[in-house]
Write a protein that binds this ligand. Structure first.
Ligand code: SF4
Length: 359
């Protein structure tokens, strides 16, 4: 394919969090990291890289858990690619995984970082099996701003944690805002089957629906009042601080995913790379998700309705979805004009209903 956006999955972490269903190994082994780098490089060059990349997203896993020598070569690989002049190059980062040496390595290549804070409260972090602590957030944020010179830093928070109160959630939002990040993601904890979390707490969300909805409302109101309006169901940013990579993905642009378990979209079909690492390294082929073009069109359309801006008529002609859209408008889930269709606040909260109606 000729990718416009690139996702690189780093399949290593320093331990596993109890709630996590993303694929990653719980330990960074240098020889496996070497093999991973060799294979993502080979896989990358099987594609037509003549179009400058608009965005690169280094996710995982924990990219900053890579050994310094390998992280340096990943940065070199990124810099060797044809990039749009304003290309957004994001790396995920966990508090405590960034040393001053690594902060210098990513400086000048990475221009946006998304930090997995999750909560500032030690007890809540323990309940979800995170080994990071709030002091590490302070140190890592400082390294990112002052050594790496990152101008766009995002913080990820999770709410709807076991026994969490609305007040505790407001405290987390407030502590995050005090760092003056450019972006805050506020996710609801969704218990994933097969994780240590569900073995401990069960598969039902730990908090009742009404409290979860209140937490979602609180995040929107609190962050908006601090100049960071919601631009997607779980994402909030200062004007211009939005994650362009994710916005491009939500609006149907193609993306190439490298690494075990990474997903790609070539504009028509989706495919997911094999996992675990050992199988992917052996060359197990990806799994293709091939569906009718019309179903794919609908899928792309509903993904765009995760965003507050929705769709403009010159980006997507939705004429043939009009009966469903008129019903969603009557139900108060979207607003519809000749030029623009976008979700209401209720539509964002109940996005699953929008998706079910359109598919
Ligand atoms: S650090 Fe992130 S990717 Fe790694 S185990 Fe925890 S939640 Fe999962």
């Amino acid at each position: 394919m000729t990718p416009e956006n690139l996702y690189i999955h780093v399949p290593f972490c320093n331990g596993k969090c109890d709630y996590c269903a993303f694929y990653s190994e719980a330990e960074v082994k240098e020889d496996f990291a070497e093999q991973w780098l060799k294979k993502i490089t080979e896989d990358l060059y099987k594609n037509d890289l003549s179009v400058p990349l608009k965005t690169i997203y280094l996710g995982g896993g924990t990219p900053t858990a890579l050994p310094p020598g390998i992280l340096k070569r990943v940065m070199k690989l990124i810099r060797s690619l044809s990039l749009a002049p304003d290309a957004e190059i994001t790396s995920e980062c966990n508090p405590g995984s960034l040393t001053p040496e690594k902060a210098e390595i990513i400086a000048g290549t990475i221009n946006r970082v998304s930090m997995g804070v999750q909560s500032f409260q030690k007890k809540l972090l323990q309940k979800i099996g995170r080994r990071t602590n709030p002091d590490q957030v302070v140190q890592t944020f400082d390294l990112l701003r002052n050594i790496s010179g990152i101008k766009r830093i995002g913080m990820d928070l999770i709410c709807a944690l076991p026994d969490q109160t609305l007040k505790q959630w407001e405290e987390d939002l407030s502590r995050a805002v005090a760092f003056q990040p450019e972006h805050i993601s506020a996710y609801m904890l969704i218990p994933e089957p097969g994780t240590p979390f569900t073995r401990k707490y069960g598969e039902e969300p730990p908090l009742p629906d009404e409290l979860q909805a209140e937490m979602w409302e609180l995040a929107g109101d609190f962050l908006e009042s601090h100049g960071m309006p919601r631009y997607e169901i779980s994402n909030h940013a200062l004007p211009g601080g939005e994650c362009r990579h994710n916005q491009n993905v939500w609006h149907g642009e193609n993306y190439l995913g490298l690494g075990p378990s990474a997903c790609s979209f070539d504009g028509t079909n989706r495919f997911t790379n094999a996992a675990p690492l050992s199988e992917w390294l052996k060359g197990k082929p990806p799994e293709w998700d091939i569906i009718e073009p019309e179903t794919r069109r609908r899928e792309v359309f509903m993904m765009g309705l995760r965003t507050v801006r929705g769709w403009n008529r010159n980006e997507f002609d939705w004429q043939d979805f009009l009966p469903e859209l008129q019903q969603l408008e009557t139900d108060g889930l979207i607003t519809l004009s000749k030029e623009v269709v976008k979700p209401t606040k209720q539509g964002l909260l109940c996005w699953n209903t929008i998706a079910e109606t359109l598919i």
